[in-house]
Design a protein around this ligand. Sequence first.
Ligand SMILES: NC(=O)c1ccc[n+]([C@@H]2O[C@H](COP(=O)([O-])OP(=O)(O)OC[C@H]3O[C@@H](n4cnc5c(N)ncnc54)[C@H](O)[C@@H]3O)[C@@H](O)[C@H]2O)c1
Ligand SMILES: O=P(O)(O)OC[C@H](O)CO
Length: 402
Amino acid sequence: MSSSSSSTAAPSPAIQSILPRLAAVRAHLAPPNPTTARNLASAALTSSTKPTSTINMAKDKVAIIGSGNWGSAIARIAGQNVVKHSDVFESSRVPLWVFEEMIDGKKLTDIINTTHINVKYLPDIPLSDNVVAIPDIAKAVEGATALVFVMPHQFLAKALDAIEGHVAPGAKAISLIKGVDVHGSDIHIFADVIEKRLGISCSALSGANIASEVALERFSETTVGYRKDKEDEGLLWQKLFETPKFRVQLIEDVDGVSLCGALKNVVAVAAGLSDGLGYGNNTKSAIMRIGLLETKNFCLEFFNDVKPETFLQESAGVADLITSCLGGRNRKTAEAFVTTGKPFDVLEREMLGGQKLQGIHTAMDVHNFLKARNRLGAYPLFDKVYHICWDGLAADTLTDGL
Ligand SMILES: NC(=O)c1ccc[n+]([C@@H]2O[C@H](COP(=O)([O-])OP(=O)(O)OC[C@H]3O[C@@H](n4cnc5c(N)ncnc54)[C@H](O)[C@@H]3O)[C@@H](O)[C@H]2O)c1
Ligand SMILES: O=P(O)(O)OC[C@H](O)CO
């Protein structure tokens, strides 16, 4: 963070190392408005152009880990916002980890670094020049203190293997990944997986955010869930992501934000199946309602700290469920699953140009978890999606027993 008084002498390394913590303590002691997270958020917005400290402090260095459709859209915003908030962020360079692949004989990283466009995952929409594509994940996170995880969930474990041991002291993370990590009767959100593996605090961002619409600057909202007593981190992520066309709201609810983002993908698959069957709007609305109810019941049954207001008052809740059931990739491929009879892996390859489906995998993870807990009967929609997608059950049984 830059100083409001550039003539102040630089503090010693020992003092510098405790400055981020001091800033956090100061934020807790004197929040701009202690009543609600939203008020904190707006206070941060209005104060964003004002100097916030009289002491020189290290700026946060951002790294984006993942460069698919959403990863590229979010890298675009982050690249612009680090310049806008160059008092807080190192602005000259935003490393973007790219899983290297060849496109027409050229490396995707070279194409991005030359044209500033991710031609495969977000064609036609330029990233800002400071976003630098890097194929080596350990190099991409080197020195970074604000790590943005945005990749299909199936690739996270391998990415963490490569990152572990390369994370800067004092770093924090945010997960934009939609899905759940299930082992037998255990379930975790990916923010927990990141936090545990890297030993750093991890927030979550999720909302009604079809990537291409956000990238085209169509007005959208999102939710950042931050950890208990970590409003300062929520405010930092809000600074990194908020624009006039992409509004970021804050809530102290990492679990609820993450789970809503994961489970709505299962509901979106159900909505697509319904569309494929030609059932119309009443049925789809019923699926959304039942899906939201199962989502809420699941969160409250298996996670202790979920805030009820996340479901209806936050973009991560009902709004993401609606946009995904209307316009998402999960909906689209599930509709084609019914109309073409092709399996999902074939449809993913044929219809998504390298982008990945999450909903069918989350349906299986949720099924396995509920089975292990002997609770399948309480979640009939989630269960039906699993059996239709993975078990050969006829799609036209979708609404039976709901
Ligand atoms: N696309 C959206 O509209 C959207 C919006 C909000 C949230 N999300 C969520 O964000 C997360 C990331 O989605 P996305 O749209 O950026 O990705 P995507 O679906 O476009 O996936 C493609 C990405 O996976 C990478 N990849 C492919 N094979 C790989 C491998 N073997 N190892 C590592 N990486 C590999 C590709 O390089 C590319 O970056 C997901 O959890 C998704 O649900 C997506
Ligand atoms: O296209 P989907 O179905 O993966 O959904 C995209 C986003 O999660 C919508 O917020």
